[in-house]
Design a protein around this ligand. Structure first.
Ligand code: SAM
Length: 228
C-alpha cells in the first residue's frame, strides 16, 4: 500500500504516523508514505497558494493550480506504473462519513492519494478535476485535512496484511459483524478488589466464546443499538 498525501504541512503527516505499529509497518516496507508539499507547486514568486474568495466572504481559499500540479506530480507516476488512475480522497466535512466498511474497501487499493484542505477549503475546479471520493471523519469542522488523513491512513493500514502481528486482531474487533468487541482483561487476576470473570480462567474455549458473544451483544445494545 502506498499513500501519497497532498498537504501544506508534510511534516505533520510524517511525524504523526512515524511511531508504533504504523511506523513499524513503514520500516518493514509494508506501507509507504509519501507527503507532497503543495506549496512546492506554487508558481507565485512568494510561493503563495491561497487567495480571497470570489464573491467575498471570510477566509482564504486554496488555489486550483498548485493543488492540480501537486496531484499531477504523483498521479502521472502512478498511472505509468500501474496503468490505472488512482483514487483521490478529498478530506472534507462535506463528504461521506468514514467507517470501517469504507476502510476495508480502501485497503484493497495499491495506491491512494489524500488531498488535505486548509483555510476555507480548495477551489472547486481543482476538486472537480481530480477527486474521486469525498470523505469526512465526522460532523464537525477541523482546521485542516491532515488529522483526518492520518485517521484514515491509520485505520486502513491496520487492514493491510502483516501490519498487525496477528491478522486475527482486525477480524474480531469492534464493527466486525456490526458489533462492538467484548470486554478485555489481562493480569493480574484481581485489581483493587475487582476480579476477572471466572469463565476467562476456565480454559473452556467454548464457554469463553459464548461469554464473549453475549457480552459483545449486550455492549452493542447498551452503547450502539444503531449498529444492530
Ligand atoms: N469551509 C469548509 C466548509 O464549510 O465545508 C470547511 C473548511 S475546513 C476549515 C478546512 C479543511 O479542513 C477542509 O478543506 C478539509 O480538508 C478539512 N476538514 C475539516 N473538517 C473536516 C472533517 N470533518 N473531515 C474531513 N476533513 C475536514
Amino acid at each position: 500500500m502506498r499513500y501519497h498525501v497532498l498537504t501544506l504541512f508534510p511534516e505533520m503527516i510524517l511525524d504523526g504516523l512515524n511511531t508504533s505499529i504504523i511506523g513499524r509497518a513503514m520500516n518493514k516496507g509494508l506501507i509507504e508514505l509519501n507527503a507532497i508539499n503543495i506549496r512546492d507547486f506554487s508558481t507565485n514568486k512568494h510561493m503563495k497558494v491561497d487567495d480571497y474568495p470570489y464573491g467575498g466572504g471570510a477566509g482564504m481559499v486554496m488555489q486550483a493550480e498548485p493543488v492540480y500540479l501537486s496531484y499531477k506530480s504523483v498521479a502521472d507516476d502512478i498511472i505509468s506504473r500501474t496503468g490505472k488512475k488512482p483514487r483521490v480522497v478529498y478530506l472534507t466535512p462535506q463528504g461521506k462519513v468514514f467507517n470501517q466498511r469504507m476502510a476495508e474497501e480502501f485497503a484493497k487499493e495499491e495506491d491512494l492519494i489524500f488531498l488535505c484542505g486548509h483555510y476555507e477549503g480548495i477551489d472547486e475546479r481543482a476538486l472537480e478535476l481530480i477527486v474521486t471520493d469525498n470523505v469526512s471523519i465526522g460532523d464537525y469542522v477541523l482546521t485542516g485535512g491532515e488529522l483526518p488523513a492520518m485517521v484514515m491512513i491509520d485505520t486502513i493500514s491496520r487492514l493491510v496484511k502483516g501490519v498487525l502481528n496477528n491478522d486475527d486482531s482486525a477480524k474480531y474487533e469492534s464493527f466486525a459483524d456490526n458489533r462492538l468487541e467484548y470486554p478485555q482483561y489481562t493480569r493480574p487476576e484481581e485489581f483493587m478488589g475487582m476480579k476477572v470473570p471466572k469463565v476467562l480462567l476456565s480454559g473452556d474455549h467454548k464457554k469463553v466464546e459464548q461469554w464473549r458473544e453475549e457480552e459483545s451483544l449486550k455492549r452493542t445494545k447498551e452503547r450502539r443499538p444503531d449498529l444492530l
